[in-house]
Design a protein around this ligand. Structure first.
Ligand code: ASP
Length: 316
């Protein structure tokens, strides 16, 4: 039976935020369910292998992650940082919905870049499903959080361990719903044992200070597509937007009318980032590009990056 190695006395703190992992439905329905119904203590109680493991639980929020908001992000980042500062805590697990997991993962990666593990656990099936994936994902997340060398913001789903800043949701229904594009998983968790494929993530954090600003900037995402024009961008600029991410085609190409509108926006002081709507690969920057590239970030991660840049008041 999969069990957690008990060679460390350090506690793992499990922070609950809601999501399908905490969702319930009538008669085992896989799609007609309500997310964020069970508390984090109830999720832990459903995993017998966690009995006797030094754990603490805290309910930070209880929402469907499609409704994630700035206040919850701020509180979550603060609570993670608080627990990581405790000498008796070895790592933190966060139960979360899958819908915005890549955004929360990227935010925590940039804000905390922790030297200890912060592991996101989510599920594609509610807790009442016949094949609920949540309990195994929680157990696997705690296994990774207890790994003696683990560090950084990670996520575990369907046995795959992801670097949170790289992953993205790529399937709307299957339980193996995530990918990291070309980067692939950091490793596989098999019966509690990590088969590691590449090193733990190391990053520089921007710290919590930017999140403490009362007013968060407004950053919107616009798509470039066939038949597009610049009216949406112009309307957003008139409406006072602070930043714009364009989900561009292919290698960051933008419909000429949208591009002209983005250049007008940029000239008026709106910060712009160019990502790709493709789902994998990077926007390869060329010398002289008028609109900066978001590299390998997905459009929603690029939006988080732009928010942080605006909150910091200066580019990275
Ligand atoms: N809507 C749910 C959420 O993101 C979906 C999930 O968790 O899979 O909270």
């Amino acid at each position: 039976m999969q069990s957690i190695s008990k060679n460390s006395a350090a506690k793992t703190v499990i922070l609950g935020t809601g999501g399908t992992i905490a969702g319930t439905a009538e008669a085992g329905d896989n799609i007609g369910y309500t997310a964020a119904q069970l508390g984090v203590a109830q999720l832990v109680a459903r995993v017998p292998a966690l009995a006797g493991v030094p754990l603490e639980v805290e309910q930070v929020a209880q929402l469907d992650s499609k409704d994630m908001d700035f206040a919850t992000w701020r509180l979550l980042a603060q609570r993670v940082a608080f627990h990581l500062d405790r000498p008796d805590v070895g790592g933190v697990v966060i139960t979360h919905g899958t819908d915005t997991l890549e955004e929360t993962g990227y935010l925590l990666h940039r804000v905390l870049a922790p030297a200890r593990p912060v592991v996101l656990a989510a599920a594609m099936r509610p807790a009442t499903a016949l094949l609920a994936d949540g309990p195994q994902n929680v157990l696997d997340a705690v296994s990774v959080a207890c790994h003696p060398e683990a560090r950084g913001v990670l996520a575990v789903l369907s046995g795959a361990v992801w670097v949170a800043g790289e992953m993205r949701k790529t399937h709307s229904y299957r339980t193996d719903a995530f990918s990291a594009g070309d980067a692939g998983p950091l490793g596989w968790l098999e019966e509690g044992v990590l088969r590691q494929l590449r090193p733990w993530p190391v990053a520089r954090s921007v710290g919590l200070a930017p999140l403490e600003r009362r007013e968060w900037p407004r950053v919107e995402i616009v798509f470039s597509h066939a038949g597009a024009d610049g009216r949406l961008v112009d309307a957003l600029v008139r409406d006072g937007v602070d930043g714009l991410v364009v989900a561009a085609t292919g290698n960051g190409t933008v419909h000429h009318e949208v591009e002209a509108a983005l250049l007008r926006a940029q000239a008026q002081g709106v910060k712009v980032l160019r990502s790709t709507r493709v789902g994998a690969g990077a926007v390869l920057a060329k010398p002289g590009d008028a609109l900066p590239s978001a590299g390998t970030l997905t459009p929603v991660q690029a939006r988080v990056e732009l928010l942080l840049q605006l909150l910091e008041g200066a580019p990275r």
